[in-house]
Design a protein around this ligand. Structure first.
Ligand code: GDP
Length: 300
Protein backbone atom coordinates (compact mmCIF):
# COMPACT_ATOMS: atom_id res chain seq x y z
CA UNK A 1 0.00 0.00 0.00
CA UNK A 2 2.55 2.44 1.22
CA UNK A 3 4.94 1.72 -1.65
CA UNK A 4 2.15 2.37 -4.15
CA UNK A 5 1.32 5.72 -2.65
CA UNK A 6 4.98 6.55 -2.45
CA UNK A 7 5.63 5.87 -6.13
CA UNK A 8 2.27 7.39 -7.04
CA UNK A 9 3.19 10.63 -5.36
CA UNK A 10 6.65 10.68 -6.90
CA UNK A 11 6.12 13.92 -8.84
CA UNK A 12 4.60 15.85 -5.96
CA UNK A 13 7.27 14.44 -3.75
CA UNK A 14 9.90 15.60 -6.20
CA UNK A 15 8.42 19.08 -6.31
CA UNK A 16 8.38 19.32 -2.54
CA UNK A 17 11.53 17.46 -1.70
CA UNK A 18 13.67 18.99 -4.43
CA UNK A 19 12.35 22.30 -3.30
CA UNK A 20 13.15 21.51 0.31
CA UNK A 21 16.49 20.01 -0.63
CA UNK A 22 17.50 23.32 -2.13
CA UNK A 23 16.80 24.87 1.21
CA UNK A 24 19.54 24.16 3.67
CA UNK A 25 17.76 23.13 6.82
CA UNK A 26 21.11 22.59 8.50
CA UNK A 27 21.19 26.16 9.67
CA UNK A 28 19.67 28.27 12.37
CA UNK A 29 16.13 29.44 11.78
CA UNK A 30 15.92 32.90 10.26
CA UNK A 31 13.39 34.92 8.29
CA UNK A 32 14.68 33.73 4.93
CA UNK A 33 14.10 30.11 5.95
CA UNK A 34 10.38 30.77 6.42
CA UNK A 35 10.28 32.54 3.06
CA UNK A 36 11.98 29.65 1.32
CA UNK A 37 9.55 27.13 2.82
CA UNK A 38 6.67 29.33 1.75
CA UNK A 39 7.86 29.38 -1.86
CA UNK A 40 8.14 25.59 -1.99
CA UNK A 41 4.64 25.10 -0.57
CA UNK A 42 3.15 27.53 -3.06
CA UNK A 43 4.90 25.74 -5.93
CA UNK A 44 3.41 22.42 -4.83
CA UNK A 45 -0.02 24.07 -5.14
CA UNK A 46 -0.74 24.08 -1.42
CA UNK A 47 -2.47 27.42 -1.96
CA UNK A 48 -2.08 30.84 -0.41
CA UNK A 49 -4.40 30.47 2.53
CA UNK A 50 -3.13 27.07 3.72
CA UNK A 51 0.47 28.16 3.13
CA UNK A 52 -0.09 31.28 5.24
CA UNK A 53 -1.59 29.16 8.01
CA UNK A 54 1.37 26.79 7.88
CA UNK A 55 4.01 29.53 7.93
CA UNK A 56 2.24 31.38 10.76
CA UNK A 57 2.13 28.14 12.73
CA UNK A 58 5.85 27.51 12.12
CA UNK A 59 6.76 31.00 13.27
CA UNK A 60 4.68 30.90 16.44
CA UNK A 61 5.30 27.31 17.37
CA UNK A 62 9.05 27.42 16.84
CA UNK A 63 9.22 30.44 19.11
CA UNK A 64 6.98 28.83 21.70
CA UNK A 65 8.98 25.60 21.74
CA UNK A 66 12.30 27.39 21.65
CA UNK A 67 13.25 25.70 18.39
CA UNK A 68 16.27 27.28 16.72
CA UNK A 69 17.52 24.63 14.28
CA UNK A 70 16.27 24.31 10.70
CA UNK A 71 16.01 20.52 10.94
CA UNK A 72 13.62 20.83 13.85
CA UNK A 73 11.55 23.25 11.84
CA UNK A 74 11.23 20.61 9.13
CA UNK A 75 9.78 18.19 11.71
CA UNK A 76 7.37 20.88 12.82
CA UNK A 77 6.29 21.31 9.20
CA UNK A 78 5.53 17.60 8.88
CA UNK A 79 3.54 17.76 12.06
CA UNK A 80 1.48 20.66 10.76
CA UNK A 81 0.85 19.09 7.35
CA UNK A 82 -0.39 15.95 9.06
CA UNK A 83 -2.54 18.00 11.38
CA UNK A 84 -4.27 19.74 8.46
CA UNK A 85 -4.59 16.61 6.35
CA UNK A 86 -6.03 14.46 9.09
CA UNK A 87 -9.12 16.67 9.06
CA UNK A 88 -9.44 15.96 5.34
CA UNK A 89 -9.45 12.22 5.89
CA UNK A 90 -12.59 10.13 6.03
CA UNK A 91 -13.28 6.53 5.11
CA UNK A 92 -16.00 5.22 2.83
CA UNK A 93 -19.30 4.96 4.63
CA UNK A 94 -21.44 1.88 4.11
CA UNK A 95 -24.72 1.03 5.83
CA UNK A 96 -25.11 -2.57 4.72
CA UNK A 97 -28.58 -1.87 3.33
CA UNK A 98 -28.40 -4.26 0.41
CA UNK A 99 -27.97 -2.35 -1.66
CA UNK A 100 -25.99 0.63 -0.50
CA UNK A 101 -25.81 3.11 -3.35
CA UNK A 102 -22.68 5.06 -4.20
CA UNK A 103 -23.23 7.89 -6.65
CA UNK A 104 -20.31 9.14 -8.72
CA UNK A 105 -20.06 12.67 -10.09
CA UNK A 106 -17.39 14.41 -12.10
CA UNK A 107 -16.71 15.97 -15.47
CA UNK A 108 -15.69 13.84 -18.43
CA UNK A 109 -12.03 13.00 -18.39
CA UNK A 110 -11.68 13.40 -14.63
CA UNK A 111 -11.18 9.66 -14.23
CA UNK A 112 -14.69 8.91 -13.03
CA UNK A 113 -15.29 5.67 -14.91
CA UNK A 114 -11.85 4.37 -14.06
CA UNK A 115 -12.47 5.16 -10.40
CA UNK A 116 -15.83 3.38 -10.47
CA UNK A 117 -14.02 0.31 -11.81
CA UNK A 118 -11.26 0.51 -9.23
CA UNK A 119 -13.70 0.94 -6.35
CA UNK A 120 -15.78 -1.99 -7.58
CA UNK A 121 -12.59 -4.06 -7.54
CA UNK A 122 -11.70 -2.92 -4.04
CA UNK A 123 -15.17 -3.70 -2.69
CA UNK A 124 -15.34 -7.02 -4.49
CA UNK A 125 -12.08 -8.00 -2.83
CA UNK A 126 -13.65 -7.17 0.49
CA UNK A 127 -16.25 -9.84 -0.29
CA UNK A 128 -19.04 -7.50 -1.41
CA UNK A 129 -21.17 -8.11 -4.46
CA UNK A 130 -21.26 -5.02 -6.62
CA UNK A 131 -23.46 -3.88 -9.50
CA UNK A 132 -22.53 -1.01 -11.79
CA UNK A 133 -25.23 1.31 -13.13
CA UNK A 134 -24.38 2.95 -16.47
CA UNK A 135 -26.27 6.17 -15.85
CA UNK A 136 -24.02 8.20 -18.12
CA UNK A 137 -26.33 7.58 -21.05
CA UNK A 138 -25.30 10.75 -22.84
CA UNK A 139 -22.28 9.20 -24.50
CA UNK A 140 -22.45 5.72 -25.99
CA UNK A 141 -18.73 5.40 -25.34
CA UNK A 142 -19.27 5.91 -21.61
CA UNK A 143 -21.57 2.90 -21.43
CA UNK A 144 -19.10 0.77 -23.38
CA UNK A 145 -16.23 1.91 -21.24
CA UNK A 146 -18.05 1.05 -18.03
CA UNK A 147 -18.84 -2.35 -19.46
CA UNK A 148 -15.15 -2.95 -20.12
CA UNK A 149 -14.49 -2.22 -16.45
CA UNK A 150 -17.36 -4.44 -15.32
CA UNK A 151 -15.86 -7.32 -17.30
CA UNK A 152 -12.37 -6.63 -16.07
CA UNK A 153 -13.47 -6.57 -12.45
CA UNK A 154 -16.01 -9.36 -12.84
CA UNK A 155 -19.13 -7.55 -11.64
CA UNK A 156 -22.58 -7.11 -13.16
CA UNK A 157 -23.57 -4.02 -15.08
CA UNK A 158 -27.05 -2.64 -15.70
CA UNK A 159 -27.29 -0.49 -18.82
CA UNK A 160 -29.81 0.94 -21.24
CA UNK A 161 -29.50 2.35 -24.75
CA UNK A 162 -27.55 5.58 -25.22
CA UNK A 163 -29.87 8.53 -24.70
CA UNK A 164 -32.05 6.68 -22.17
CA UNK A 165 -33.18 8.35 -18.95
CA UNK A 166 -30.35 8.01 -16.40
CA UNK A 167 -32.90 7.65 -13.61
CA UNK A 168 -34.46 4.67 -15.35
CA UNK A 169 -31.06 2.97 -15.40
CA UNK A 170 -30.58 3.70 -11.72
CA UNK A 171 -34.04 2.34 -10.93
CA UNK A 172 -33.37 -0.89 -12.80
CA UNK A 173 -29.93 -1.31 -11.25
CA UNK A 174 -31.20 -0.95 -7.68
CA UNK A 175 -34.18 -3.17 -8.41
CA UNK A 176 -31.93 -5.80 -9.86
CA UNK A 177 -29.51 -5.58 -6.93
CA UNK A 178 -32.37 -5.86 -4.49
CA UNK A 179 -33.81 -8.95 -6.10
CA UNK A 180 -30.41 -10.65 -6.32
CA UNK A 181 -29.31 -9.60 -2.84
CA UNK A 182 -26.31 -7.57 -3.99
CA UNK A 183 -24.51 -5.36 -1.49
CA UNK A 184 -23.62 -2.27 -3.45
CA UNK A 185 -24.73 -0.36 -6.53
CA UNK A 186 -22.20 2.07 -7.97
CA UNK A 187 -23.75 4.68 -10.24
CA UNK A 188 -21.70 6.31 -12.99
CA UNK A 189 -23.42 9.57 -13.92
CA UNK A 190 -22.90 11.90 -16.89
CA UNK A 191 -20.27 14.54 -16.32
CA UNK A 192 -21.93 17.32 -18.22
CA UNK A 193 -21.71 20.75 -16.78
CA UNK A 194 -23.89 22.44 -19.44
CA UNK A 195 -25.73 24.56 -16.98
CA UNK A 196 -26.00 24.26 -13.26
CA UNK A 197 -29.79 24.00 -13.49
CA UNK A 198 -29.57 21.09 -15.86
CA UNK A 199 -27.06 19.28 -13.69
CA UNK A 200 -29.12 19.96 -10.61
CA UNK A 201 -32.32 18.66 -12.20
CA UNK A 202 -30.73 15.50 -13.44
CA UNK A 203 -29.03 14.76 -10.13
CA UNK A 204 -32.17 15.50 -8.16
CA UNK A 205 -34.14 13.12 -10.30
CA UNK A 206 -31.54 10.39 -9.82
CA UNK A 207 -31.56 11.03 -6.11
CA UNK A 208 -35.35 10.85 -5.89
CA UNK A 209 -35.21 7.56 -7.73
CA UNK A 210 -32.65 6.18 -5.29
CA UNK A 211 -34.66 7.39 -2.32
CA UNK A 212 -37.75 5.52 -3.50
CA UNK A 213 -35.84 2.47 -2.31
CA UNK A 214 -34.38 3.95 0.88
CA UNK A 215 -34.28 7.42 2.44
CA UNK A 216 -30.74 6.66 3.67
CA UNK A 217 -29.35 6.41 0.18
CA UNK A 218 -27.16 7.29 -1.64
CA UNK A 219 -24.86 6.47 1.24
CA UNK A 220 -22.06 8.32 -0.56
CA UNK A 221 -22.01 10.92 -3.30
CA UNK A 222 -18.43 11.04 -4.49
CA UNK A 223 -17.04 13.78 -6.67
CA UNK A 224 -14.08 12.83 -8.84
CA UNK A 225 -11.53 15.57 -9.44
CA UNK A 226 -8.60 15.48 -11.84
CA UNK A 227 -5.52 15.90 -9.68
CA UNK A 228 -3.49 17.34 -12.54
CA UNK A 229 -5.69 20.44 -12.37
CA UNK A 230 -4.45 21.13 -8.87
CA UNK A 231 -6.29 24.01 -7.24
CA UNK A 232 -8.06 24.76 -10.51
CA UNK A 233 -10.42 21.89 -9.80
CA UNK A 234 -11.92 23.80 -6.88
CA UNK A 235 -14.18 26.00 -9.01
CA UNK A 236 -15.43 22.98 -10.91
CA UNK A 237 -16.16 21.25 -7.63
CA UNK A 238 -18.14 24.23 -6.38
CA UNK A 239 -20.63 23.84 -9.24
CA UNK A 240 -21.28 20.24 -8.24
CA UNK A 241 -21.47 21.16 -4.59
CA UNK A 242 -24.14 23.74 -5.34
CA UNK A 243 -26.08 21.23 -7.42
CA UNK A 244 -26.15 18.45 -4.85
CA UNK A 245 -24.75 17.25 -1.53
CA UNK A 246 -21.29 15.84 -2.05
CA UNK A 247 -20.13 13.56 0.75
CA UNK A 248 -16.60 12.90 -0.41
CA UNK A 249 -13.94 13.66 -2.97
CA UNK A 250 -11.72 11.38 -5.00
CA UNK A 251 -8.60 13.01 -6.39
CA UNK A 252 -7.30 11.08 -9.40
CA UNK A 253 -4.06 11.10 -11.39
CA UNK A 254 -1.93 12.15 -8.45
CA UNK A 255 0.79 10.01 -10.04
CA UNK A 256 0.87 12.35 -13.03
CA UNK A 257 1.20 15.68 -11.32
CA UNK A 258 3.45 17.73 -9.10
CA UNK A 259 0.37 19.48 -7.75
CA UNK A 260 -0.48 16.93 -5.08
CA UNK A 261 -0.23 19.68 -2.49
CA UNK A 262 -3.57 20.93 -3.81
CA UNK A 263 -5.24 18.23 -1.75
CA UNK A 264 -5.00 20.68 1.15
CA UNK A 265 -6.87 23.65 -0.37
CA UNK A 266 -9.31 21.29 -2.11
CA UNK A 267 -10.52 19.77 1.10
CA UNK A 268 -10.24 22.97 3.15
CA UNK A 269 -12.02 25.28 0.72
CA UNK A 270 -14.77 22.85 -0.13
CA UNK A 271 -15.13 21.48 3.40
CA UNK A 272 -15.59 18.01 1.95
CA UNK A 273 -13.34 15.12 3.03
CA UNK A 274 -11.10 13.27 0.61
CA UNK A 275 -12.06 9.59 0.61
CA UNK A 276 -9.73 8.16 -2.03
CA UNK A 277 -6.77 9.09 -4.15
CA UNK A 278 -5.96 7.66 -7.58
CA UNK A 279 -2.29 6.95 -8.17
CA UNK A 280 -2.33 5.12 -11.50
CA UNK A 281 -4.43 3.55 -14.23
CA UNK A 282 -4.48 -0.01 -12.90
CA UNK A 283 -7.17 -1.77 -10.86
CA UNK A 284 -5.24 -1.50 -7.64
CA UNK A 285 -4.28 2.13 -8.03
CA UNK A 286 -7.04 3.53 -5.87
CA UNK A 287 -6.14 4.09 -2.24
CA UNK A 288 -8.18 5.24 0.72
CA UNK A 289 -6.83 8.64 1.61
CA UNK A 290 -4.66 8.33 4.70
CA UNK A 291 -3.15 11.56 5.99
CA UNK A 292 -0.28 9.91 7.83
CA UNK A 293 0.75 7.80 4.85
CA UNK A 294 0.46 10.80 2.59
CA UNK A 295 2.82 12.91 4.67
CA UNK A 296 5.27 10.02 5.16
CA UNK A 297 5.14 9.24 1.44
CA UNK A 298 6.11 12.82 0.68
CA UNK A 299 8.96 13.09 3.14
CA UNK A 300 10.45 9.59 3.44
P1 GDP B 1 -14.15 9.88 -17.16
O1 GDP B 1 -14.37 10.49 -18.50
O2 GDP B 1 -14.23 10.84 -16.06
O3 GDP B 1 -14.96 8.66 -16.92
O4 GDP B 1 -12.62 9.47 -17.16
P2 GDP B 1 -11.90 8.08 -17.40
O5 GDP B 1 -12.18 7.16 -16.28
O6 GDP B 1 -12.22 7.60 -18.76
O7 GDP B 1 -10.37 8.52 -17.29
C1 GDP B 1 -9.78 9.43 -18.17
C2 GDP B 1 -8.31 9.04 -18.35
O8 GDP B 1 -7.63 9.23 -17.11
C3 GDP B 1 -8.09 7.59 -18.72
O9 GDP B 1 -7.06 7.52 -19.67
C4 GDP B 1 -7.67 6.92 -17.42
O10 GDP B 1 -6.85 5.81 -17.62
C5 GDP B 1 -6.92 8.06 -16.74
N1 GDP B 1 -6.89 7.92 -15.28
C6 GDP B 1 -7.91 7.80 -14.42
N2 GDP B 1 -7.48 7.75 -13.13
C7 GDP B 1 -6.13 7.84 -13.17
C8 GDP B 1 -5.07 7.86 -12.18
O11 GDP B 1 -5.28 7.80 -10.96
N3 GDP B 1 -3.80 7.99 -12.67
C9 GDP B 1 -3.52 8.09 -14.00
N4 GDP B 1 -2.24 8.23 -14.37
N5 GDP B 1 -4.47 8.09 -14.94
C10 GDP B 1 -5.75 7.96 -14.55
Amino acid sequence: FFEKIKTGLEKTKKQLIEGFNKISFGRKIDESLFEEIETVLLKADVGVSATTEIIDFLRKESKKRGITEGEQLKELLKEKLYDILKDCQSSLKLLGEKPDVILFLGVNGSGKTTTVGKLAWMLKNEGKSVVLAAADTFRAAAIDQLEVWANRVGVRIVKHQPGADPSAVVFDAINSAKSKGDDIVIVDTAGRLHTKEHLMKELQKIKRTIQKFSPNQPVETLLVLDGTLGQNSINQAKVFKEATDVSGIVITKLDGTAKGGAIIPICRDLKIPVKFIGVGEGLEDLQPFDAKMFVYALFD
